[in-house]
Each structure stands twice: as structure tokens, then as C-alpha cells.
Ligand binder design. Structure first.
Ligand code: SF4
Length: 435
């Protein structure tokens, strides 16, 4: 696992009762630098610890902090007792300033999240194209310190993986239309392994299934421990890649470009399916050369089954500048984002206007085709109009594209056989851990 020195190390009492769970906590705590003994806490003690330990200080976009430290480390369990909402309501009235997925994890919930992208209940379905599915969670928080990201500050990891897998098994059985399951978009789950000992059992569980796949999304190079696992070809690893300059300056604790690609090569050799997302494509000074290097490094050393492209999105221009720093940008793209702020600010695809995003995609597509003429390339969380603009060139459209973490994007598929929303139905009545 990574060498880290968290400002505080805590374990919920539920993580310390069973010897198997406790051993996971103790292995990680012993591998910290220096080794630590976790503070064991109950639900009632949690708010005091949050206030005393100033947990919320690091819960800001990391590029906006004067100093970024390793996150507070919290071990806990999913409780699967049907009382997550009750505990959540109790937690909310305390006013700790912690919400969202981190709050869910701190009250022992949030294992399986229904993500309704593109369905009627998705308020953003006209702004971005993505796929409805269940998403898996096991951790919240990250060690990588990406400047544009807010997942530093606190890292909660669950430790009761055997119980988690039992509930996951029921969820999978109820959703025959969902073929792949993404773990995780709130954390990078490779960082505490193999000491944590939770990801291996999840990979090997998927290895026992027929035509169901685990997708792990990462920027880490910590893979050697997973090479001998019995994955049975049912785990797909997706690396987000960026050029060497972006990774060095803005993603300081991730694997470098070279390290991520070497990790992908090792996994490919060990029989895992390997994919890439060039994400987020940030038009920093020299981004064309940076991107070309990333593409060449990846495609001369490995054979991904699919590639997705995604420019920097999800926020207003001023907020992006606050996180990344004005001086880092290619002036042409910064000017385009600033000029568009009044018209596209607030859209999911902001801050860059469509023409600027298309220019970035054009560049990456050209570079990809230089090295690989056939790998499917799709757009990630792009607008319907961007899809119309690129569909002929990509040979796929908004309804049938394959991508890095789509629920029907099984290994080496070149196009979905039907619309991504055909047959999609939520069916979790009576199951535990869903939200
Ligand atoms: S790797 Fe992902 S989750 Fe981790 S800090 Fe970077 S952007 Fe955030």
C-alpha cells in the first residue's frame, strides 16, 4: 500500500469486533508511516471526533488548500441493518458540515448507489449522455491529491467485505440487464491494498460469476499484488490517463503516466482487460504534446479494448481557475471558457464551450488513430449535440456506444447490440445497502 501518515486514524467499533475485520484494520495501521493504533469509536462519539480532529478542514478542492496532507483514515463497516436513513438523519442534525457519500459511509451505509443517467428521473439527461446502472462503493476519499478534486481530507474504508459480497450477489441476481459493475467513483480502491485485503475478495468473487464483470477505475500503479488473483477474466481495469506534465503538476500522488501504463501492461499480461479514459483532458500549456505523449505511451505498450475521452467538466470557469491556477492554461482555451461563462456556466459540460471541447477531442482522436486504427473510442458524459457531431467519425452513437464503465460494456464489445436503456429497470425492493 501507499506510504502515508494520516493526521488521525480511527476505527468504528463494528470494525474491531470480528477477528477477520480487526486484522484488516491492524494490517493497514501497522503499515502506516509511522505505524499507528486506531482510536476506536461508537456512533455517539463520532461528532466529537469530527470536531476535535478538524476532519472537515481538508474537505475542499485540493488545489485551493495552502497545504495538502494525507487524509484522516477511518475504518468502518456497512451495517446492512436497514437503519442507515435513521442514523443519517441523526448525523445531519448535528451540523458537522459533512454530507453526501462521506456522510453515508460514516453512518454505515451507501454500499450500492442507483445512478439513473438518461432516465426520466435524471435531471441532467438533456445535458450529458451517460448510462443508468448500479454503482458499487466501498471507500470514500483518496490519497492522490489531484488539484481539481475534493476527495482528500478524510478517507473512510469499509472492512466487512464478506458481508458486502453477500448483499452484492443478491443485487446482481435481481438485475440481469447489468453486466458490469463500476467500483468506485468516490475513491481509488487500489491505494490501501494488499494490506486492507478487501479488493482481492471482490475480484475473486466476480471471477466466480458467468458474464458479469467488475470494473475498477484508477490512477494508481499499485497492481503487483493483484496479478496472481483468480479473476477469471471478469475484472476490467480502467486507467484515467493524462500527459506527463498534467500528471506531474496536478495529480502529484497518482502513478505517473509511465507508471500507470506499466501497471496496465502487467495487468494485461495477467489476463485482465485493460481500458483507458483520457480524463480529464485539461488544456494546460503544451496540452497537445502532453496528450500525444500519453496516447503514444499507452498505445505502443498495451492493447486496450476501448478508450473514452472526457475534457475537464462539471464546474464553472472561475471555480476551475481557483483549483488549477490561471497561469497553467493555454490562453486560447481559457479565453474561450471565460467568454462562454455566462452562456454555459451551470451546465454539466461547463466550463469549455462545445467548439473548444471538440478541438480537444479531434486532437486525441487523431493521435489515437496514429497508433491504433480499430480500438473503439467514445465520449464520456458529453452532450447529445457533441455526440451528433462525432458519431460518424466514431462509428457509434449516443445510444449504442461502448465505454470505460458502461453497464453493458463487456470486454472487447465493439458496439452495444441495442439501446443502452432498453430493459433497464431498478429492482431492489427488500434488498439492503441500496440508496
Ligand atoms: S485519483 Fe480521482 S479521486 Fe483521487 S484525488 Fe485524483 S481525481 Fe480525486
Amino acid at each position: 500500500m501507499y506510504r502515508i501518515n494520516p493526521p488521525g486514524v480511527y476505527a468504528h467499533e463494528s470494525a474491531m469486533t470480528e477477528p477477520r475485520l480487526r486484522a484488516r484494520v491492524e494490517r493497514v495501521a501497522a503499515a502506516l508511516a509511522p505505524p499507528r493504533v486506531p482510536v476506536v469509536f461508537t456512533d455517539e462519539q463520532l461528532p466529537e471526533l469530527i470536531w476535535e480532529g478538524r476532519w472537515t478542514e481538508g474537505l475542499k478542492p485540493m488545489g485551493t488548500l495552502p497545504e495538502v496532507r494525507d487524509p484522516v483514515l477511518v475504518f468502518s463497516t456497512f451495517r446492512f441493518d436497514g437503519k442507515e436513513a435513521e442514523r443519517g438523519a441523526w448525523f445531519d442534525q448535528l451540523g458537522t458540515g459533512i454530507g453526501g457519500h462521506l456522510r453515508n459511509a460514516l453512518v454505515g451505509g451507501g454500499a450500492f448507489h442507483w445512478f439513473p443517467a438518461g432516465l426520466k428521473e435524471d435531471p441532467y439527461r438533456k445535458e450529458k449522455v451517460c448510462r443508468a446502472c448500479w454503482r458499487l462503493h466501498f471507500q470514500v476519499g483518496c490519497l492522490h491529491r489531484c488539484a481539481y478534486c475534493g476527495y482528500g481530507g478524510v478517507l473512510v474504508t469499509m472492512v466487512n467485505v464478506e458481508e458486502y459480497i453477500e448483499h452484492l450477489d443478491r443485487l446482481i441476481e435481481r438485475h440481469p440487464w447489468q453486466l458490469t459493475y463500476l467500483l468506485e467513483d468516490d475513491a481509488d480502491v487500489l491505494c490501501l491494498e494488499p494490506e486492507l485485503g478487501c479488493l482481492g475478495p471482490i475480484i475473486e468473487y466476480f471471477g466466480t460469476l458467468k458474464d458479469r464483470y467488475l470494473i475498477i477505475h484508477t490512477k494508481s500503479a499499485n497492481v503487483e499484488w493483484m496479478l496472481p488473483l483468480k479473476h477469471n477474466g471478469n475484472t476490467i481495469l480502467v486507467w484515467s490517463l493524462s500527459g506527463p506534465e498534467q500528471s506531474r503538476t496536478l495529480e502529484p500522488k497518482t502513478g505517473t503516466l509511465e507508471e500507470r501504463v506499466e501497471a496496465a501492461r502487467l495487468c494485461q499480461e495477467a489476463g485482465y482487460t485493460v481500458r483507458y479514459k483520457f480524463k480529464p483532458i485539461l488544456p494546460i500549456t503544451g496540452w497537445r504534446e502532453d496528450g500525444a505523449r500519453a496516447v503514444a505511451t499507452a498505445l505502443t505498450r498495451t492493447r486496450p479494448d476501448v478508450i473514452s475521452l472526457c475534457t475537464f467538466m462539471w464546474m464553472e470557469c472561475a471555480e476551475m481557475v481557483r483549483r488549477v491556477g490561471r497561469d497553467r492554461f493555454d490562453p486560447h482555451f481559457l479565453a474561450a471558457a471565460e467568454a462562454a461563462a455566462d452562456t454555459i456556466g451551470g451546465l454539466r459540460t461547463a466550463p469549455f464551450p462545445e467548439d473548444a471541447r471538440a478541438e480537444m477531442y479531434e486532437h486525441y482522436l487523431t493521435e489515437i488513430r496514429r497508433w491504433n486504427e480499430t480500438v473503439p473510442v467514445s465520449l464520456s458524459t458529453e452532450s447529445p449535440s457533441m455526440w451528433r457531431r462525432f458519431e460518424d467519425r466514431l462509428g457509434m452513437n449516443a445510444a449504442n456506444y461502448v465505454c470505460g464503465c458502461g453497464p453493458q460494456s463487456t470486454p472487447w464489445l465493439r458496439q452495444l447490440p441495442c439501446s443502452a436503456w432498453q430493459g433497464v429497470e431498478r429492482n431492489d425492493q427488500g434488498l439492503r445497502g441500496t440508496w
